[in-house]
Design a binder for this molecule. Sequence first.
Ligand SMILES: CC(C)(COP(=O)(O)OP(=O)(O)OC[C@H]1O[C@@H](n2cnc3c(N)ncnc32)[C@H](O)[C@@H]1OP(=O)(O)O)[C@@H](O)C(=O)NCCC(=O)NCCS
Length: 158
Amino acid sequence: MSGPQAVRVRGGGPQDLAAVERIERASFADPWSRDTLYGELLADAMRLPLVAELDGRVCGFLMAWKVVDQLHVLNVAAAPPARRRGVGTALLLEAARLARAGGLVEITLEVRDGNRGARDFYRRHGFAEAGLRPGYYADNGEDAVIMTAAVAAVLGEG
Ligand SMILES: CC(C)(COP(=O)(O)OP(=O)(O)OC[C@H]1O[C@@H](n2cnc3c(N)ncnc32)[C@H](O)[C@@H]1OP(=O)(O)O)[C@@H](O)C(=O)NCCC(=O)NCCS
């Protein structure tokens, strides 16, 4: 079965490193290193790693930090063949549910100015553009757009 119903989201861990690294490299021109990905897969009081599975295979991930009353989404990607099938949505909704359960009220992230697809994705999920970090990305000097959303808005309650 395809579609959002078939996507399962669970906590990520070191056992997911190979799949996460494959998706990262397929998704970004300037991918995080294996060491960085590994570090973010070690869940702790701050780190929230999630992976999504379609038919039992890891097809996406989300990495975030819990900072005071905010969830900072650091990295999110769906494997290219699994895009537009609800993987990103399932990851974001689970992150929002966990954020709410932990008493967090806002979700924030940075996205490349030129990443229209991701900006549309976040806007669709209740995010608004809250500012710009000029020249934020070291590889090409691209600006970062700061996007924020109330946890309630992401959960469709706003
Ligand atoms: C952004 C990303 C995580 C979205 O994941 P996804 O699983 O494809 O998203 P979903 O299937 O849940 O998408 C839901 C909606 O988001 C919007 N959306 C997603 N990708 C989009 C795109 N490329 N262009 C326009 N809208 C898009 C659409 O409204 C989509 O609904 P639709 O398919 O009915 O039109 C995925 O495109 C990705 O991995 N991109 C590369 C990595 C990246 O840029 N990550 C974000 C870094 S900040």
